[in-house]
Design a protein around this ligand. Structure first.
Ligand SMILES: NC(=O)C1=CN([C@@H]2O[C@H](COP(=O)(O)OP(=O)(O)OC[C@H]3O[C@@H](n4cnc5c(N)ncnc54)[C@H](O)[C@@H]3O)[C@@H](O)[C@H]2O)[C@@H](O)CC1
Ligand SMILES: [K+]
Length: 534
């Protein structure tokens, strides 16, 4: 599903109106009706229900006026609070305000901090609150009186349905610079806005509904370079069909090069991730000193012991054997647990330009590139780089805080600069490709922030590369399935005690759910973010 900026959304609205003659009032009416549908489901009907509608002076407020009218007609007791003087409301919103006034319905206005007591009283008796204060036209931090009203709404504890985006949220980044409505549901129009699928905006939005407002569907069409929310349907379409006569060699061969003395676990988790994500054959190559350890833990895969340094890390002269083994592989996973030993770093730097097959580079594989990312320009093979924010900061010479404040920009710039697919880990993992496609992952939970979780992901992506997915899709599908497996694991065990091995265990179930069409967006429960078309 495509995800847009406020400017892109405005352009779609404009095209619908100017090029196809869909009147703005029709768009606004449809927007309001979509919100009413969600409210009806939430409240189980409107008779004897009290709803407080907060409307700002722009078109978002206009949507709120449509909601107020339909709620009134359906029998609800509606209180309308305007955060502007009535004469300031113009255009389509003004038309809807005039209808409301001609229906002889009262309009309360909030002009100063003193009115907040009245707002509090409104909230006490309300079964639901409609937030139509700011939409995509909002910038920066809310000024008074809106700021106080938003804080009062949040303090009121009533369930809020936000119109288009929670008021106070920056539509393009998901950042919050002042008070911001915490919604139970957000009904967004035509397409999700970027801020709704990235943190902290995602948490403020609650359950996300994407509603059709009659913009011609081909204007929203997918397939062009841009930003996409990964859905189960997309992943299903990318996964290769496995013929009945499949032989293990047909399903992808992965070579995992990982581990060092004391870090055998990272190597094992990577190999298990690959095997559980459907690689037909997985070989785990580690420093010779830990081969017995990993072989003892893994019964279904081959292991290889490579020349090692005195410290038990991969030695530079293991390169020849790795290259020979790669001749029989479809993809390489390189990095987890390798250590930052200088000789091992030199090995990674020599290996990359020699690669002729797709590879995932993670953890110490990435650390080996710090200070020499120019090397990536000499790598002809398709690569997926999978940094967490700290690794991304080291690779790009910035701070972790800078990366986190502008994750999308950081991932897209890195993909363009390196000419490789970059997967930036964290809540709402981002996958940016040099070709201009960016994918945003909706699956996963905070319980997955546990040691070894990233190693599993590396293995999953390698397995998908070996099964023929291109680098960007392998990374996107890998992130989705890994997150879904983590959600399934959290459902069974809770988030606190979740281990990376629990994610591995749930990978087959996650893949099966996606293939069976059971998961439309990867969400398992209504407590979490759900996207569904109305
Ligand atoms: N034809 C269209 O463009 C449609 C627009 N729709 C709705 O219209 C919304 C966009 O409407 P608008 O562009 O009128 O803008 P908004 O209604 O989002 O709000 C803009 C208003 O907020 C004020 N504002 C911005 N930042 C502020 C701040 N930090 N503190 C205080 N005030 C601030 C602006 O001065 C302006 O008056 C969408 O989110 C959607 O809900 C829908 O009705 C569908 C059709
Ligand atoms: K809003």
């Amino acid at each position: 599903m495509r995800v847009v900026t406020a400017v892109q959304m405005r352009e779609l609205d404009r095209a619908a109106m100017d090029e196809y003659g869909v009147p703005g009032l029709v768009l606004m009416e449809n927007a309001g009706l979509a919100v009413v549908r969600v409210l009806r489901e939430m409240l189980g009907g409107f008779a004897d229900r009290r709803v407080a509608v907060f409307a700002g002076k722009g078109n978002n407020g206009g949507d709120g006026l449509v909601v107020a009218r339909h709620l009134f007609n359906a029998g609800a007791e509606v209180k309308l609070l305007l955060l502007a003087r009535p004469e300031e409301i113009s255009g389509d919103a003004g038309v809807n305000l005039a209808i409301w006034q001609k229906m002889d319905q009262p309009v309360y206005t909030v002009g100063s901090g003193e009115d907040l007591n009245a707002v509090r009283l409104f909230l006490v008796g309300a079964d639901a609150v409609v937030d139509a204060i700011f939409g995509t036209g909002f910038r920066g931090a809310a000024r008074e009186p809106a700021a106080g009203v938003i804080e009062t709404i949040n303090g009121g504890g009533r369930p809020v349905v936000a119109v288009d985006i929670p008021s106070g949220l920056e539509a393009d980044t998901g950042q919050v610079h002042g008070p911001c409505v915490r919604a139970a549901h957000t009904v967004t129009f035509a397409l999700p806005k970027l801020g709704l699928v990235q943190e902290p905006g995602r948490s403020h939005a609650g359950v996300l509904h994407v509603a059709d407002i009659s913009i011609p569907s081909f204007l929203l069409e997918t397939g062009v370079p841009g930003r996409y929310l990964i859905t189960a349907g997309m992943v299903r379409g990318w996964l290769p069909a496995r013929p009945a006569w499949a032989h293990k060699g047909d399903c992808g061969r992965v070579l995992v090069v990982a581990g060092s003395r004391g870090m055998a676990g990272a190597a094992c988790l990577t190999a298990l991730g690959a095997a559980r994500a459907g690689a037909g054959l997985t070989t785990l190559a580690v420093p010779a000193g830990i081969q017995d350890v990993v072989a003892g833990k893994l019964t279904e895969m081959l292991t290889a012991g490579l020349p090692q340094t005195g410290e038990g890390t991969l030695a530079r002269d293991s390169r020849r054997e790795i290259m020979t083994r790669l001749e029989n592989a479809g993809a390489l996973a390189l990095g987890p647990g390798l250590s930052r030993h200088l000789e091992t770093v030199a090995l990674v730097r020599e290996l990359l330009p020699a690669l002729r097959l797709p590879a995932v580079i993670d953890a110490d594989g990435l650390n080996a590139l710090v200070g020499d990312t120019g090397l990536l320009g000499r790598v002809r093979a398709p690569l997926v780089l999978t940094p967490h924010p700290g690794e991304m900061a080291r690779l790009t010479g910035r701070t972790t805080a800078e990366i986190q404040a502008g994750r999308l920009k950081a991932a897209e710039e890195a993909a363009a600069a390196f000419g490789k697919v970059v997967l930036l880990k964290g809540a709402a993992t981002l996958i940016a490709s040099p070709g201009g496609f960016t994918y945003i992952n909706p699956t996963g939970n905070p319980g997955m922030a546990t040691g070894g979780s990233g190693d599993v992901l590396t293995g999953v992506i390698a397995a998908l590369l070996a099964q023929g997915l291109d680098a960007a899709r392998a990374a996107a599908a890998g992130a989705f399935l890994h997150g879904l497996a983590g959600d399934l694991a959290a459902r069974k065990k809770g988030m606190y005690g979740l281990l990376a091995g629990d994610i591995v265990e749930q990978l087959p179930a996650a893949i099966a759910r996606v293939q069976a069409g059971q998961e439309e967006t990867g969400d398992l429960s209504a407590e979490k973010h759900i996207v569904r078309d109305e």
